[in-house]
Design a protein around this ligand. Sequence first.
Ligand SMILES: Cc1cc2nc3c(=O)[nH]c(=O)nc-3n(C[C@H](O)[C@H](O)[C@H](O)COP(=O)(O)OP(=O)(O)OC[C@H]3O[C@@H](n4cnc5c(N)ncnc54)[C@H](O)[C@@H]3O)c2cc1C
Length: 427
Amino acid sequence: LHSRDQSFHEPHAPEVIVSPNSTEEVSGVLRYANEQHIPVTPWGAGSSLEGNPIAVNGGIMMNFVNMAAIVDTRPDDFQVDVQPGVTRLELNKALSRYGLFFPPDPGANASIGGMIANNASGIKTIKYGATKDNVMRMEVVTANGEIIHVGTLARKDSSGYDLLHLFIGSEGTLGIVTQATLKLAPLPAKFSAVMAAFEDVPSAIRTVVDVVGAGLEPSALEFMGMETIRVLKRDKGLEAIDAPTILMEFNGSNDDAGLNEALEICKANGSINIQTAPGQEARNKLWSIRHGTYESLLREHPNKSQLHLDAAVPVSKYPELVAFTQSMLVEYELLGYIYGHAGDGNLHCNMIYEPDNHEQFQRCKTANARIVEKAISLGGTATGEHGVGIGKRHYIVEQHGAALDVMRQIKMTLDPNGILNPGKIFL
Ligand SMILES: Cc1cc2nc3c(=O)[nH]c(=O)nc-3n(C[C@H](O)[C@H](O)[C@H](O)COP(=O)(O)OP(=O)(O)OC[C@H]3O[C@@H](n4cnc5c(N)ncnc54)[C@H](O)[C@@H]3O)c2cc1C
């Protein structure tokens, strides 16, 4: 269970798994591991897609199953203090009684510690931001066992270096998060969703750019390629036509105005089929189908493996990235399913391969590498949300240039013995 995440990366078991009960215990384990130069890899729910929590050098795996409490909820401040092991769904269930929720939504039932470490995001990012935009303060244990606090409970802060955001997204390589204060949002009273199909990919993507450009603030804006739609129809009974499709959600009090304007934009871009899902029940059905894309693809291709693309570009460059991705699938003769958080310029392509077909796997890796290089050349990133982990280490050299040396110096300062999640981010 603790030797692999949800990616294709090779499993590797740790020597020992510890499940601390308190920050002091985390500190004690780290102090000992630092003295003995033993690797420590934090583990949340293991749902990563880039090998982020795999203990590639063995050592200690630190599991947060015993530190999963919701410590304090302050509805008047829209804040909650949690331990890292609580999962997103457990948290949101508990918060619903206050009419509040924690918006970042990576689809999987990830732990809050894992979401912070990967700076996870997902379908709600376009309106609510990524995890980094929804964390206010953290308790962190550094490699030598020291307990520090970063960030503030105030909504704004100009005091000193922004260490909060240094630790967020650091994939457990700089420190271990033992408590976090999260920013909450009111549960929207009204929801509506639109599914619009288009003759071709450029018209669908043009619609994404136009909706963002019109300042409509959808709470989700997703693109699904035709092959992906076909699988969801077969697997989940999605009622749709076989065509590139945009899925949008509006929530809050002025959802009708946003929805109506979005419908006009879809029509102006030649949408060939528009379906609306007014109300929460219809909207929930649609989004649960979208959320299940990964599982639907697994069922469509039993006993096959998937390589996940996670590139992101400025939204105006999204059409170019989608077209390039399609051309790569053709050039390398691959079956790949394209979809993504289009409103954020984040593109996924799940490439299917036979687990024991090395030559086919190499073709997937080469196509993936060329798409990532294209995304970086368009001003984008190798990874919009899954993190660097093992799989994206090559690309951050190209993406960050000399800034990578600064990252290495930070790592050396905070973790001079290299015990925290070694083998990740840096080659
Ligand atoms: C079906 C599916 C869909 C997905 N969709 C998305 C998506 O839309 N968006 C997205 O962002 N991700 C997505 N993911 C990836 C994954 O869910 C996220 O990366 C998530 O943040 C991982 O959280 P986790 O709790 O599973 O962490 P893990 O995988 O266990 O660990 C993730 C990283 O966090 C570190 N870590 C864990 N706990 C701590 C801690 N307390 N302190 C410091 N470091 C810690 C680990 O060492 C590791 O580096 C998806 C995954 C699946 C399987």
